[in-house]
Write a protein that binds this ligand. Sequence first.
Ligand code: C6P
Length: 410
Amino acid sequence: MSSTTTYDVHAIRSEFPILERKVKGKPLVYLDNAATSQKPKQVIEAIAHYYSHYNANIHRGLHTLADEATAAFEASRVAVQHFIQAKHHEEIIFTKGTTESINLIANAWGNTFLQAGDEIIISSLEHHANIVPWQMIAEKKGAQIKVIPIDANGVIDLDAFKKLLSNKTKMVSIVHASNALGVINPVNEIIKLAHQQGALVMIDGAQSAVHLDINVQELDCDFFAFSGHKIYGPTGIGILYGKKDLLESIPPYQGGGEMIKEVTFEKTTYNELPFKFEAGTPNIADAIALKHAIDFINSIGKASIRMHEETLLNYANDQLKQIPGLHIKGDVENKVSVVSFVIDGIHPQDLAVLLDNQGIAVRTGNHCAQPLMQCLGIVGTTRVSFAAYNTKEEIDILIVALNKSIKMLK
Ligand code: C6P
């Protein structure tokens, strides 16, 4: 579907079998897409087709099934390359997800290149996956973590960032779009400033890859991480992008099969990219299915999906703001389709239970961003997040259910 044709949300919904189910006797209203998106038929069928027709290990066998599986696996790598507009397919490393991608760089790069006294800059908006791996390696190497502050809306303080940067800064690892608030960070500027100081930049794209056009060459980021399951793909598969020369300079993360060129008991030489970072049998089925998720997105067009999601976001914002005592956190223009809010006198967990009773799935709590919640002075929020298949009617159902729940809880 091109952006000029009408957006047929009902046709899109029909691609997602799960959207037909009921929860607690009510039609499912799935508004927890930032946690994981639902999967279209073509992704589900790609997994079944692989196991039913050409299940084999890859890059090793000299038989038809192995050839077919290898070709499909490598075709998926190329699809990911185009999805984020990387220069070389070898720059695409398959991992388990964003978490593993960040851990890979924190460990493999950090162990080799970090020294005592070096600094790593992150922001107050980070998910734990972009905090803890850096803390672990910093502790091991005697490096320091510096944190960019934010304002009450979750907007990064760029002046403070400029002041934190110094010749001690070796890595800036920053979330592209906050999972807890939806706020999009000014990554272009952050990358430029960091590079002027000679620091590398890792972008946590877990929440941006599905919503924004990603061009890693234009961004000029050094590393970019995202998860398949948040872009309509399967769980257990994710991506680490890295600039080729940098990945070549970093030693392997794990040892085993596939990542080697030659092994003797005395010495091992390592395989070339991307295999150097893909030790052992990878998650073949889910890597293959990831291409089908990308094909699904491309068949509608990211721009069309974004426009649809923005309409939903604006509508939800307007409707939610009419509820007395409800406060939106991260209420800014530049955000992905996530609305996070608190309601005076109501604990988010209580609200989630009542919404679930009405068939509505939202996420509540700290969203794996405890330091952010501390910065905002709250225990957590209720988070509603939209995908290509959500509708205005679902927002209406949410608003009715919210009003009903608030009455019950007050
Ligand atoms: N956020 C959420 O509900 P994994 O678990 O490796 O696929 O992704 C981790 C991760 C890293 N960074 C950001 C910005 C994220 O949003 C996530 C996952 C989910 O918000 C689950 S906690």
